[in-house]
Structure formats: C-alpha cells, structure tokens
Design a protein around this ligand. Structure first.
Ligand code: FE2
Length: 143
C-alpha cells in the first residue's frame, strides 16, 4: 500500500495533466478554434470534485494539521500560502463555471471571460505545490 504522501503526489501529477490540457484549450480558444462546452463542463466537475472535494480536502484535513504538529507554522510559507491558494482556486473555479455556462449559452461567442478564467487557474494550480513545497512536506512526514 502506498503512503498518503505518495498518493497525494500522484494526485498532483494527475492535476498537472489536466491543467496542461486546460492551457492547450486556452490557446485554442485564443486562436479562435472551436472548443466543446461539454469538455469544459467536465473540467469544472474535475476541479470541483477531484481537486477540491477530494485532494484539497485531504491536504487540509490531514496533511496540513500533521505538518503543524511537527512544527510548521500555520501561516506564512508554505502552509499559509497553500491554504490561500486553495481559497483562490475555489473562487476561480466558481468563475470558470459561470464562464462555461455563459460560453455554452452563447453558442461559443462569450469566450473572453472563459479565457481569463482558464488562464487564472492554469497559472495558479501547478506551481507552488509541485515545484517548491512538495519535496519539503514529504521529508517532514516521511522522515
Ligand atoms: Fe495538493
């Protein structure tokens, strides 16, 4: 059985793949190519259920408190920054869902806010946890 931190890291890689797809869709929309509304709705569902309700919930309920027990300050970097990113992500996913609905309702015409929402999430998601934070909490939890 894999450890909890290995499972979370695996989930990060899954999120990274979807975010890469979101970046490609953003480019396609910007170039005027057609993107199916159903695909965008499935991305919103993935972000709400897998990323937030599953992955972020596990981090917030188990990982972050464990790190705090081991002396990591609750505020500042990395934990305060990660918690703030989770909150920003929830706001951006809500905006994306609204943009997708407007895009679908307009037959693909209302794409400016959709592009902006996608870009916001593409820039938010993969960075801090993947690049600078994860090796560190893994050392803290697994040492
Ligand atoms: Fe995470």
């Amino acid at each position: 059985m894999e450890s909890s931190t290995v499972a979370l890291e695996h989930e990060h890689r899954i999120v990274q793949k979807v975010v890469a797809s979101m970046a490609m869709l953003t480019d396609e929309l910007t170039e005027g190519k057609t993107v199916k509304s159903q695909l965008l709705k499935e991305i919103v569902e993935f972000l709400r259920v897998f990323v937030d309700q599953c992955h972020h919930a596990k981090e917030e309920k188990y990982l972050f408190p464990l790190l705090e027990q081991r002396g990591v300050p609750a505020g500042g970097c990395p934990l305060g920054a990660l918690k703030l990113e989770h909150e920003k992500g929830r706001v951006l996913v809500k905006q994306l869902a609204e943009s997708v609905d407007a895009f679908a309702g307009s037959g693909g015409a209302a794409k400016d806010s959709l592009i902006q929402s996608l870009r916001g999430l593409v820039e938010l998601y993969p960075l801090r946890e993947m690049v600078c934070c994860w090796p560190w909490p893994m050392r803290r939890c697994c040492a």
